[in-house]
Design a protein. Structure first.
Lengths: 295, 630
């Protein structure tokens, strides 16, 4: 029982980060029908910024806003340089464009920094724990879960209660009609990329705090988690993305602690297998999004 | 999908036209192969050992890229997973081909006693193909199901997940794969001393890729690529076609992957991962993913470009022997330049030329057009077909509710062979919903649709079409990058397989009857509005339906064009012996063409009868004529 509770908290911590990533993916999918394989590059770029600033002796309290700012700016720059040129293209083009962005960004770091791992110090409190009853809760997990909760509430307010949120929802439902109703496509798309960058920035801070290193390809894993979580939840659904992230995090932690030691290193493989089965039996993901096609 | 049967079907066979679809492709592909190999040998002779390796690698990459093209090109679904399939094939091949004495050193504890298996290279290639194809069947089911539900994007993510699974398993199952660092090495026989297997595999891959594209299967798959929904409405089941394309494609990739492992002499998880995916996909899209010629061309272009980038990254400008001072350009000519080159090539092509250099141009198709005398006069339609069978479509008590909106309530109509029945009504009356229910695109809340007494509610779209109800689309859903003839031919192929007991008019006859003879080799996407409508009609008629269901065939047409359409619909219906149900709000058109008319208003039939009766009906005048005052 204690172990299960412990797993649930660990899984919730991990799932929170995935949820933030998945939500960023889902927001962009909503307005552009683009599944962004370059989402992880926001963390790659942030990772190098963290490395440079921390080696200059900056504290994590200063680095945190810098990372989030970097992720937002990177997101907007990528939109401007690449995605704005393929708006309205076929899925095929959009997917490969984001794949290309991933490679160009990571190759630039490969070319001008190096392929080697750059490490930086994590904040001292990351490994600390505090006891609650018989449980040992990591300060890190508690902070992640708390901050994610606040972020999700704020995002929900933004999407449900503001003009920008209304425009975003309208654009996601029917982009052309939204434009006819006076929604400015540039504003809503750039806003979506900024929001996506913000969410990835927060997730990136947590990701980098924990890992303490960066490489040119460090973004691949968070990208994959975000994209898969968004798909598990049901493509196009924001709530589904958050749910998908948490489910993915819980599944990983529970599997890793339950699998026998000999195959524990294959956890990721098992998780993918479960996802594949999910798609065979429930191809629309956890939350179905109605998408009517006019005939 | 029903297999072709009966004499007429056997006549159609796997290839619609043996000369165009088999003879010319084989000749064309043979010439391409010759040029590709000749250029390679020329390069190899001028650069020696390093050149030889480059050429061998290029040929193996070409096999894998052609394999990917079979799936991606014909189905239009982007796959990141083919290199994952390559990993499965590569490891299977290595594990089965490496001699036990060698395996004991690397993987002494392989499961299932695989350490002791001694098979030799040829047998191992066979096992690699078999294992990979079996995995592909399962992946293919997931792809088809999620693709049908959430579109091609979901399918792409599944293929990406496959790439990661194979990579994870390869890294973390050292008992089988030798793990992340050591990997497997291939010593028996060492490197290939002869290129013969590679030449054979490359030639085979070229022929297979080209013949698949021209085959009946390939053509049906391409219809699904162009417009999934329209393909279903014409009787094509894209899921089946995608699965067949996937299995064919994966088999070719398996051969290429095995050769790659054999040639490299070692195998690490990284060999079949992101970089190789980037490389092969860039080759495919730069050349043109919809074309076999393009795929091969892309391999050549990227191999040359990448080699230049690599050399410049190493030695700056010395590669040209000019000895220029490369110092000022040091910031760009660096060691990893080739990755940037590939990424930028992919990005650049997606932004500025997403269809690639050659788009869907095929060398043998060009040859065929040059060396085949074109028929100048349109074929004269044969005598119209007599109705061998009396068919009857009865739609009764159909209700459809969208959310709280009652789109149809207790509506229906009847039509028999040889009749033209019209359904009129103001916008929002439920006319198109009626067609959507009949063709299985919208589920009915209640009601019956019976064709010759057989209930069709709940039948998937493609089976409704094969049962004999084929529609056109108000908002035009042609197979855009196929030619006019190909659009008609695709549906005709389904008809031939399905209605072996009835003859189907030749493609050219249908094209001519629709008044599209002068446009027969143009792409459907290049047609103007009126011609697009006429092609919708011809494509539906080619399915040889019992009933043609026409959704606003004159929408957007001028008065003269509408009048001409009356005659075209009548000719076409007579040509294939079909009854007609036509929806329109062009009253002159409907009255000019129909034997009987039903008038719908707010989801209910408010009147039915002959055109004269309908014109005189006060309810119709109030609901329809009154409001639109034409």
């Amino acid at each position: 029982m204690t172990e299960l509770l412990q797993n649930l908290i660990d899984g919730l911590g991990r799932g929170s980060i995935y949820a933030l990533l998945a939500l960023g993916v889902a927001v962009i999918f909503g307005v552009m029908h683009l599944l962004n394989f370059a989402h992880g590059e926001l963390i790659t770029v942030s990772g190098y910024v963290a490395f440079w600033t921390i080696s200059e002796g900056w504290s994590w309290y200063l680095v945190t806003p810098v990372i989030i700012g970097t992720a937002i700016v990177t997101s907007l720059v990528i939109e401007r340089v690449a995605f704005s040129r393929v708006r309205g293209s076929s899925d095929f083009t959009l997917l490969l464009t984001s794949f290309g962005v991933h490679f160009v960004v990571s190759a630039i770091f490969l070319l001008y920094v190096s392929a080697s791992v750059k490490t930086f110090s994590e904040p001292g409190w990351v490994a600390n724990t505090f006891p609650v009853g018989s449980l040992n809760i990591e300060v890190y997990d508690a902070v992640v879960i708390g901050v994610t909760l606040v972020t999700l509430l704020a995002t929900s307010w933004l999407i449900q209660r503001t003009m920008f949120g209304l425009a975003l929802r309208a654009a996601a439902a029917d982009f052309d009609t939204a434009r006819l109703m006076g929604v400015r496509s540039d504003t809503v798309i750039r806003g979506a990329f900024a929001l996506s960058g913000l969410l990835a920035g927060i997730a990136g801070v947590f990701w980098l705090m924990r890992s303490g290193h960066t490489t040119p390809t460090v973004g691949i894993t968070p990208m994959l988690k975000g994209v898969l979580a968004a798909l598990i939840g049901g493509l196009g659904s924001l709530r589904g993305a958050v749910l998908g992230g948490i489910v993915l995090g819980l599944a990983e932690v529970l599997l890793r602690s339950r699998l026998p030691d000999s195959v524990a290193s294959l956890t990721e493989g098992f998780v993918f297998l479960m996802i594949a089965l999910l798609f065979i039996f429930r191809p629309q993901g956890l939350i179905r999004v109605a998408h009517a096609e006019r005939v | 999908m029903a297999e072709p049967r009966g004499p007429n079907a056997a006549h159609a066979g796997m290839f619609p036209n043996l000369r165009r679809d088999v003879a010319f492709p084989i000749v064309g592909v043979g010439l391409l192969f010759g040029v590709f190999v000749a250029v390679g040998l020329l390069y190899q002779n001028s650069f020696g050992g390093a050149g030889e390796r480059l050429v061998t690698t290029a040929m193996i990459n070409a096999i894998i890229v052609l394999g990917i093209q079979i799936y991606v090109g014909n189905t239009g679904v982007l796959s990141f997973g083919h290199i994952g399939f390559g990993a499965i094939a590569g490891y299977t091949f290595a594990i089965f081909a490496i001699a036990p004495a060698e395996k004991i050193k690397r993987i002494p504890d392989a499961p299932l006693g695989l350490t002791d298996v001694d098979m030799g290279s040829w047998g191992a290639v066979g096992v690699a193909i078999a294992v990979t194809v079996v995995v592909a069947v399962f992946v293919g089911i997931g792809l088809a199901r999620s693709g049908a539900e959430s579109g091609a994007v979901a399918a792409t993510v599944i293929t990406l997940a496959l790439l990661f699974v194979t990579h994870e398993v390869a890294r973390h199952w050292p008992e089988l794969t030798g793990g992340e660092r050591a990997g497997l090495s291939f010593r028996i026989g060492g490197k290939l001393d002869t290129r013969v297997p590679i030449y054979l595999a490359l030639a085979g891959a070229l022929v297979l890729a080209r013949l698949f594209a021209q085959s009946r299967r390939g053509r049906l798959a391409k219809a699904g690529r162009e417009d999934d929904l329209a393909a279903r409405a014409m009787g094509v089941n894209p899921m089946v076609q995608q699965m067949i394309a996937l299995l064919t494609s994966v088999a070719v990739v398996s051969v290429g992957a095995s050769l790659k492992v054999y040639e490299t002499g070692s195998l690490l998880p990284e060999d079949f991962f992101f970089f190789f995916t980037l490389l092969t996909l860039t080759m495919l899209i730069v050349g043109g993913r919809n074309s076999v010629t393009g795929a091969l061309f892309g391999v050549a272009v990227i191999t040359v470009g990448r080699e230049l980038a690599r050399r410049m990254g190493q030695d700056g400008f010395e590669v040209f022997g000019l000895g220029l001072d490369s110092e000022p350009l040091d910031w760009i000519f660096r060691e990893n330049l080739q990755t940037v080159f590939l990424g930028v090539a992919m990005l650049g092509f997606m932004i500025w030329r997403p269809k690639g250099l050659l788009s869907d141009w095929e060398f043998d198709d060009w040859l065929y057009r040059r060396f085949t005398r074109t028929q100048s006069a349109p074929p004269v339609p044969q005598a119209t077909m007599s109705d061998e069978s009396e068919a009857r479509l009865e739609v009764s008590d159909v209700s459809v509710v969208f959310g709280g909106f009652q789109a149809l309530s207790q509506s229906g109509f009847e039509v028999s062979s040889g009749e033209v029945v019209g359904i009129i009504g103001p916008n929002g009356a439920g006319k198109t919903t009626m067609l959507n229910v009949i063709t299985g695109l919208v589920p009915a809340t209640s009601g019956q649709v019976r064709l010759n007494g057989k209930e069709l509610i709940g039948t998937p779209s493609h089976e409704v079409a094969r049962a004999g109800l084929v529609r056109t689309f108000q908002n035009l859903r042609l197979f855009g990058s196929l030619t006019v003839r190909e659009n008609v031919e695709v549906t005709r192929l389904v008809a031939i397989a399905e209605h072996d007991d009835r003859s189907t008019p030749e493609t050219d006859v249908l094209v001519a009857a629709a008044g599209l003879w002068d446009h027969r080799d143009r792409r459907a996407s290049e047609l103007d509005y009126g011609n697009s409508r006429r092609l919708e009609l011809a494509r539906a008629a080619a399915a040889r339906p019992l009933f043609l269901l026409l959704d606003e065939p004159t929408s957007g047409m001028s008065d003269t064009e509408s009048l001409a359409m009356v005659e075209q619909v009548q000719t076409m219906a007579a040509l294939v012996g079909a009854g007609v149900v036509v929806i329109d709000h062009d009253l002159d058109f409907i009255i000019g063409i129909c034997d009987r008319i039903y008038c719908l208003d707010r989801g209910s039939v408010i009147a039915s009868g002959t055109p004269v009766e309908i014109q005189a009906d006060p309810a119709v005048q109030a609901a329809y004529l009154g409001s639109s005052a034409s």
